[in-house]
Design a protein around this ligand. Structure first.
Ligand code: 13P
Length: 336
C-alpha cells in the first residue's frame, strides 16, 4: 500500500464538514447500552440497530466513515445487502475496531493496557478483504491518586504504535485513540497535564515504529474537568485548553484529528467542537468520531417501538450528524 493511498483515505475521513460515527461497541458494551433502554440483547437486535444507523437517509452528507465491530462488518441488511456495500454506496468509508479491549496492567493497580496485537496482522488482512479501509485501537488512561504512571502511558503508546505500523502495512489507516478518561475528581489542569504527557509519548512511539503520520488519524479526548470534580468549565475554556494541548504535542503533518465524546452531553460535544473550529485556522481539520453523542437520542427513540420508530430514530441520527458536521466547520448554532 502506498503512502499516497493511505493519505488519500485519511484526508477523506476528515473531509470538510464531515466526521465519523463510531458504532463499534463490542458485544459487552452494546449489551450495556441496550440494557439501559430495555432492548433485548440478541444478534438480530444488534443487526437491526446497526442497519437503522447505516441506512439513515443522506447520512453520507455529513458522515465520511463508520467504525464497525467484528460482528457488524460481517452482517447485512434484512434484504441481504452487506453493510459494507450500503456504506460504500453512500460514500461512507468502512472502519473496524481491532483492539481486544483494556486489561488490568500487572503490578499497577487501577491501570489498564489494551490488548490485541497477537494475530493482528492476519486479522487486518481479513478486514481489508471485507472492505475496511481504516481501523481503530483505543487505549484507556485513568486519572486518580498517583495515576497514570509512566509505565502505563508507555505500555499503551507502544501498543498503539505497533498496531499503527501493522495497519499501514495492511493498507488500513490507523486511527490512534489514547482516551484520557473523564471519570474522577481531578481538575481541568490535571487533565491537561496528563493529556500532554500521553500525546508526547504517543507521537514519540509512532516515530520509533516508523509510522507514517501522513496516513494516520488521531482520535483524541477533550481537555475537561473530571466528572466528579464539581468544576464547571466554560465552552471557551475547554476549547482553548484542548487546542493548546494539541498544538503543543501533535505534528502539523497529521491529516486530521477527530474527537470522542467520552460521556459528554450531546450538546456539549457539539458546542466544544464548534468553538475549537471557530478559534481556527488550526494546523489540522478538527472533526468528530462520536459514539454516544451520535447515537443516544436515536437509541432511546428506537427502544420505544422497534418496528414503528425506525424512521424517527433515523431523523435523530441525521440531525446529530448535521449538527456535528456544522461544528466541524465552526458553523453550528444552537438553533440551527
Ligand atoms: P464515545 O463518543 O461514546 O466516547 O465513543 C467513541 C469511541 O469510539 C470510543 O472508543
Amino acid at each position: 500500500m502506498s503512502i499516497e493511498q493511505l493519505a488519500e483515505t485519511a484526508q477523506a475521513m476528515v473531509a470538510a464538514g464531515k466526521g465519523i460515527i463510531a458504532i463499534d461497541e463490542s458485544n459487552n458494551t452494546i449489551k450495556k447500552r441496550f440494557d439501559g433502554v430495555g432492548i433485548a440483547d440478541s444478534e438480530e437486535n444488534r443487526r437491526a440497530y446497526r442497519e437503522l444507523l447505516l441506512t439513515t437517509p443522506k447520512l453520507g452528507d455529513y458522515i465520511s466513515g463508520a467504525i464497525l465491530y467484528d460482528e457488524t462488518i460481517r452482517q447485512s441488511t434484512k434484504a441481504g445487502v452487506p453493510f459494507t456495500k450500503v456504506m460504500l454506496d453512500n460514500g461512507i468509508i468502512p472502519g473496524i475496531k481491532v483492539d481486544k479491549g483494556p486489561q488490568p496492567l500487572a503490578g499497577f493497580p487501577g491501570e489498564v493496557v489494551t490488548e490485541g496485537l497477537d494475530g493482528l496482522r492476519e486479522r487486518l488482512q481479513e478486514y481489508y478483504k471485507l472492505g475496511a479501509r481504516f481501523a481503530k485501537w483505543r487505549a484507556v488512561i485513568n486519572i486518580g491518586d498517583d495515576i497514570p504512571s509512566g509505565t502505563c502511558i508507555e505500555a499503551n503508546s507502544h501498543a498503539l504504535a505497533r498496531y499503527a505500523a501493522l495497519c499501514q502495512e495492511a493498507g488500513l489507516v490507523p486511527m490512534v485513540e489514547p482516551e484520557v478518561i473523564m471519570d474522577g475528581a481531578h481538575d481541568i489542569e490535571t487533565c491537561y497535564e496528563v493529556s500532554e504527557v500521553v500525546l508526547r509519548s504517543l507521537f514519540d512511539a509512532l516515530y520509533q515504529q516508523s509510522v507514517m503520520l501522513e496516513g494516520t488519524i488521531l482520535k483524541a479526548s477533550m481537555v475537561l474537568p473530571g466528572k466528579d470534580s464539581g468544576e464547571q468549565a466554560s465552552v471557551e475554556e475547554v476549547a482553548e485548553s484542548t487546542l493548546m494541548c494539541l498544538k503543543s504535542t501533535v505534528p502539523a503533518i497529521l491529516p486530521g484529528i477527530v474527537f470522542l465524546s467520552g460521556g459528554q452531553s450531546d450538546e456539549d460535544a457539539t458546542a466544544h467542537l464548534d468553538a475549537m473550529n471557530r478559534m481556527g485556522p488550526n494546523p489540522w481539520p478538527l472533526s468528530f468520531s462520536y459514539g454516544r453523542a451520535m447515537q443516544s437520542a436515536a437509541l432511546k427513540l428506537w427502544s420505544q417501538d422497534l418496528v414503528n420508530n425506525v424512521g424517527k430514530a433515523q431523523q435523530t441520527v441525521f440531525a446529530r450528524a448535521r449538527d456535528n458536521g456544522l461544528a466541524a466547520l465552526g458553523q453550528w448554532s444552537q438553533s440551527s
